[in-house]
Design a binder for this molecule. Structure first.
Ligand code: GDP
Ligand code: MG
Length: 456
């Protein structure tokens, strides 16, 4: 997904203005990229529709160039679909908090049980695992191994509490597969309560494809134990089947959150988008490997940038957006090219923009031809800016637009009003006059680089 979009944006980035046909072409590229990443078609349609509307709409930012705008819109839409903000686990007021896992066989539930338990344990919780997958002969054993790795006890059927139990010897095929997963879940939670475990994670059975019995079993477990969270675990590599699977589980069991597993593979992120959009449930965690620590809290914004693969661009955009007023800049440029007089009002506007930007250096760095001035900038005392601004603010609008008309008595008044000395005012006016002259010369094509900023 990333490569393709990056290419699309690279093509855009060099352009000055974004026409409707540019938008259409970009949206077409995004559509292909998403389909390529196995995002489900209805999701792609909604997504591209939203991006297109927004790109053509009036909300277009003054601060960004067109390509940056599209990147930002795509990013915003991705974050929105992915759930906006990270949602954490909801813990029960009365422990134990019960977390039930559901999903297809092989999706990564049992592995996740260990990861989640380990993660919770690190945060000071005292989790316990419950083996309610009695479908496959080895499922209980597998969970016990996982529990050992995570260093948490496992409750399994027929043997009661099995913490640290020698699992292998006791795993006789047939004895467990006929157990009652609902009863085991219930007993497991009772056990956890008795032993004061504050979180219980219930691992359930899955099938390779969605089937009704499985769904009913999961629904029964859910009804019996009323979990605080039901986490739907889905393999990120599942591709186009993601929507169908997620919808089946949503209807059959219902879930409160999603865990994306196997994000370490070459999953292209499509499943994440599809499931989040179609179910409206937050993606809460990501599984990124087979180890007990290969697990992370899911961050929609990070996932979006990962999909876009352009973290730097996004940061830049945020900064630029904060401050820069494009219309203002255009007006400045127009005046400059028309060799009109640069006024103190223009100067104030520039100062305001620079202040919003935070650092003088970053603003000047963005201007063409300012590279050589870096050393001077480093030595610049930003406080002098405030003194200069105070003097300009003490001028009347007439004076700001007609600096040459500022005579002796006006200078004295400005000095008094701003707390500066008359000689400081004189200096400012003198330098400002020079800057004006220089800008005119440059506008006529006389000198390379940018004019000296008045007041510097
Ligand atoms: P379950 O049937 O839903 O319980 O799935 P399992 O937890 O047994 O996982 C099925 C297989 O996928 C196992 O071989 C796991 O080691 C592997 N697996 C689970 N999660 C991940 C993951 O995040 N990344 C990778 N690479 N493999 C995983
Ligand atoms: Mg399992």
């Amino acid at each position: 997904l990333s490569d393709r979009l990056t290419e699309t944006f690279r093509n855009l980035r060099t352009k000055g203005r974004l026409s409707e046909s540019d938008v259409n072409k970009t949206v077409r590229d995004i559509r292909l990229a998403l389909l390529d990443a196995d995002v489900a078609l209805p999701v792609v349609k909604t997504f591209t529709h939203n991006v297109r509307e927004r790109a053509l709409g009036a909300e277009v930012s003054e601060a960004l160039n067109p390509a940056q705008q599209v990147v930002k819109i795509v990013n915003d839409e991705l974050v929105t679909i992915l759930g906006g903000e990270t949602r954490g686990l909801r813990f029960a007021k009365q422990p134990p908090t019960v977390i039930m896992l559901a999903g297809l066989q092989g999706s990564g539930k049992t592995t996740l049980a260990g990861k989640l338990a380990f993660w919770l344990k690190e945060q000071g919780h005292t989790p316990m695992l419950v083996a309610a997958d009695l479908q496959r002969p080895n499922a209980v054993t597998q969970l016990e191994v996982v529990g050992q790795r995570a260093g948490v006890p496992v409750f399994a059927p027929e043997r009661g509490n099995i913490a640290g139990h020698d699992a292998v010897g006791a795993d006789i095929e047939g004895t467990r597969s006929h157990g009652d997963p609902v009863a085991v879940s219930r007993n497991g939670i009772a056990e956890a309560r008795a032993k004061q475990h504050d979180v219980v994670i219930v691992d359930t059975a899955g099938r390779l494809a969605v089937d009704e019995n499985l769904m009913q079993q999961a629904a029964d477990i859910r009804a019996a134990i009323t979990p605080d969270e039901v986490l739907f675990v889905i393999d990120a590599m599942i591709g186009q089947a993601a929507v169908e699977t997620a919808e089946a589980f949503l209807e059959g069991v219902d879930f409160t959150g999603v865990v994306l597993s196997k994000l370490d593979g070459d999953a292209r992120g499509g499943a994440a988008l599809s499931v989040a959009e179609v179910t409206g449930r937050p993606i809460m965690f990501a599984s990124t490997g087979e180890g007990v620590k290969d697990f992370e809290v899911f961050h929609p914004d990070r996932m979006a940038s990962r999909i876009l693969d352009m973290g730097d661009v996004l940061t830049l955009i945020e900064q630029a957006e904060k401050a820069f007023d494009r219309a203002q800049a255009a007006e400045m440029e127009r005046k400059f090219l028309a060799a009109e007089d640069f006024t103190f009002d223009d100067f104030l506007q520039q100062m305001a923009a620079i202040k919003k930007m935070g650092s003088l250096k970053s603003v000047l760095g963005m201007m063409p031809g300012m590279g050589q001035m870096k050393a001077q900038l480093d030595a610049f005392d930003e406080r002098e800016f405030d003194r200069v601004e105070a003097m300009v603010r003490s001028m009347t609008p007439f004076e700001r637009n007609h600096p040459k008309q500022i005579n002796g008595s006006r200078r004295a008044r400005i000095a008094k009003g701003s707390g500066a000395s008359t000689s400081e005012v004189n200096q400012l006016l003198e330098r400002f006059g020079e800057a004006q002259k220089m800008m005119k010369q440059m506008a006529k094509g006389g000198m390379p680089g940018m004019p000296g900023m008045p007041g510097m």
